[in-house]
Design a protein around this ligand. Structure first.
Ligand code: HEC
Ligand code: HEC
Length: 345
């Protein structure tokens, strides 16, 4: 268990201690995707709200120039991302970071690469008025075009009570409710965890062992391979962070601009020890969401594994080890809903 302690930064210490304590050695670091996601009490899931959220997700009217919808960048049929290092939002503005997947996002404890949003609602509310994303100058501007449409007026009043239901908060709540439905259960590794030992190939099993032995699971564990799920050890909004790179000085620092101007969490709280501190991302469906890392600088999953091994543990991994770990990561791809449910309704 030493590797666990060796890789602990301050942010993850409480949990690392929990993982490393001798009496918790039987602790199972992984868990299949639960049947239903955590839901905040002020935004319960209802079929009407989810249907509205889906409608909005595919609607470019939400962007200031009508050029992009949520799905333009978070393409649900492409693993919830767009395959680009950086994406182009409203008015042709390019994002500063790589687009993360939205599949299984409900199981994160904070949102964005630096965890600055405390909930899905918070992330979406900031996104619509972000100049590089939907580009709306203010919440009202985002709502005006929706109010003009009879279909939306009807849908909003079916989904929400109250006077003039076509409002920003409700649009954000509906989108968040829809995003909470994006789950990919029953991947090979989920089935393995549920007792189907034939669900993993020999290579995937070797990869699983390496993933634990090398220490990857010290950060990439539990439901989303991204640390604690909301409510367990870490409450919603707090986030689970680690330094990247943990160990500086490898050739990857320059090659992939790991010590560039974007210093992650440092920009949120100004703490020196939070320079290059990033939220631990999910590894579910990770084979579908190249390129990798917050700046999208690494093109292949094999290379991402080598970069992680070197920057987090100063480990050189052999070609066979990388290939086995990638085979294991492929087993984290779950079942997607039918393609027709992932397009404009
Ligand atoms: C121009 C591309 C683009 C569009 C359009 C876009 N997003 Fe994003 N999205 C991103 C990027 C880039 C990030 C990461 C931003 C960061 O970390 O600073 C992100 C992050 C998120 C997150 C946080 C996910 C996580 O795990 O941290 C959510 C939720 C989200 N977007 C939802 C939406 C919704 C809903 C819409 C439509 C209203 C939308 N996005 C439109 C690019 C986009
Ligand atoms: C000390 C914590 C820690 C350890 C240990 C760790 N990771 Fe990571 N991992 C992270 C963080 C933080 C990121 C996000 C980095 C960033 O900002 O781009 C990440 C990102 C990744 C990504 C890219 C995900 C994406 O969507 O871009 C992959 C793949 C990955 N890790 C695999 C591994 C593997 C395989 C190992 C073991 C060799 C490992 N990690 C060990 C913390 C860790």
């Amino acid at each position: 268990m030493l590797t666990v302690l060796r890789t602990c930064t301050l942010a993850g210490m409480a949990l690392c201690v929990l993982l490393a304590a001798p009496e918790t050695r039987a602790f199972e670091p992984f868990s299949p995707l639960p049947e239903s996601p955590p839901v905040p009490t002020d935004n319960p899931q209802t079929p009407e709200k989810i249907a509205l959220g889906r409608q909005l997700f595919f609607d470019p009217r939400l962007s200031v120039d009508g050029a992009v919808s949520c799905n333009s960048c978070h393409d649900l049929r492409r693993g919830g991302a767009d395959g680009l290092s950086l994406s182009t939002g409203a008015r042709g503005r390019v994002t500063t970071r790589n687009t993360p997947t939205l599949w299984n996002a409900a199981y994160q404890t904070a949102y964005f690469w630096d965890g600055r949003a405390a909930s899905l609602e918070d992330a979406i509310a900031r996104h619509i008025v972000d100049p590089a994303i939907m580009g709306q100058p203010d919440p009202d501007a985002a709502i005006v075009p929706l109010r003009k449409l009879a279909l939306y007026r009807k849908q909003f009043s079916t989904a929400f009570d109250g006077w003039r239901p076509v409002k920003y908060r409700n649009a954000v709540h509906a989108l968040a409710a829809y995003v909470r439905t994006l789950a990919t259960p029953r991947g090979p590794f989920d089935r393995y965890l549920e007792g189907d030992v034939s669900a993993l190939s020999e290579a995937a099993l070797r990869g699983h062992r390496l993933f634990v032995e090398k220490g990857c699971a010290a950060c990439h564990f539990w439901v989303n391979f991204a640390g604690p799920v909301p409510g367990l050890v870490i409450p919603m909004g707090e986030g689970f962070y680690e330094l990247f790179p943990n160990l500086r000085g490898s050739r990857y620092d320059d090659e992939y601009r790991l010590l560039g101007a974007d210093m992650g969490r440092f920009h949120i709280d100004g703490r020196e020890d939070h320079k290059y501190l990033w939220r631990v991302p999910t590894l579910r469906n990770v084979t579908l969401t190249a390129p990798y890392f917050h700046n999208g600088s690494v093109a292949t999953l094999e290379e991402a594994v080598r970069v992680m091994a070197r920057t987090q543990f100063d480990l050189e991994v052999t070609g066979d080890e990388v290939s086995d770990i990638v085979t294991f990561l492929r087993a984290l791809t779950g079942e997607f809903p039918p393609p027709e449910s992932m397009t404009v309704p």
